[in-house]
Design a protein around this ligand. Structure first.
Ligand code: GTP
Ligand code: MG
Length: 216
């Protein structure tokens, strides 16, 4: 799977500003336009970095050491046929006040619930830290609302600080403590990807998965 072109389209702070607004349901029941593949995760988890990695375009999404860099819904058009969507990170309170955080939560929840051309949500989870309560809440919320999603562990190139567990232990713990609590059997669990924006690990697996979802 190749990314031949990737370009920034629009930054939206309300759902109406997003591209190809869905066709009303009484028209044909289908949307007209390109499907969205959204990337979410805690602030600083590496969403923007992964977008640059899988598109092979440095500087497409802005990367920062300071959490809370991405403040709007950014649509990038890939190969002129699908959107990669970078959303603001959740769970970071330092750079923005509580009120702002709530606005973000409402706005992104509205995006998930109302965006009919949303094909899949990739929930990015930092592979270097143990299960975070906020990640559990988000994955549970997506499952409860029947929003199709996958789990993407990031920063899997990172060596652990001294005695910390390797990413594989965090991944197994997440599957056991979060996914197995939501789904009864392994087959209905969301797809899990192991990635690194530094080594590009998992890039082809993600692109191949997106390609398969687009053709069903
Ligand atoms: P917000 O937009 O603030 O929510 O952050 P984000 O999730 O978009 O994270 P971003 O891509 O800006 O990366 C945050 C920090 O993590 C940067 O310092 C990146 O260089 C670093 N980082 C991201 N991905 C990786 C990775 O795969 N490996 C390593 N080692 N570092 C990474
Ligand atoms: Mg970002």
């Amino acid at each position: 799977t190749r990314v031949r072109s990737a370009r920034y389209v629009v930054s939206s702070v309300t759902i109406d500003q997003c591209p190809n607004p869905p066709t009303p349901p009484n028209f044909s029941g289908k949307w007209v336009g390109f499907p969205d593949f959204a990337f979410i995760g805690r602030s600083n988890v590496g969403k923007s970095s992964l977008i640059n990695s899988i598109t092979g375009t440095d500087g497409l999404a802005l990367v920062s050491k300071t959490p809370g860099k991405t403040k709007a819904i950014n649509h990038f058009l890939i190969n002129e046929c699908w959107y990669l969507v970078d959303l603001p990170g959740y769970g970071y309170a330092k750079t923005v006040g509580r009120q702002m955080r709530d606005v973000w939560a409402n706005f992104t929840m509205q995006y998930f619930l109302e965006r009919r051309c949303l094909c899949n949500v990739f929930v990015l989870i930092d592979g270097t830290v143990p299960t975070q309560e906020i990640d559990r809440q988000v994955v549970t919320w997506l499952a409860d609302n029947d929003i199709p999603h996958s789990i993407v562990f990031t920063k899997c190139d990172k060596k652990n600080k001294k005695s910390g567990p390797p990413y594989s232990l965090n991944v197994e713990a997440f599957k056991r403590d979060v996914l197995a609590e939501i789904w009864d059997d392994e087959e209905s669990m969301p797809q899990v990807f192991i990635t690194s924006s530094v080594s590009n690990q998992g890039k082809q697996a993600l692109l191949g998965y997106i390609k398969r979802l687009r053709s069903v």
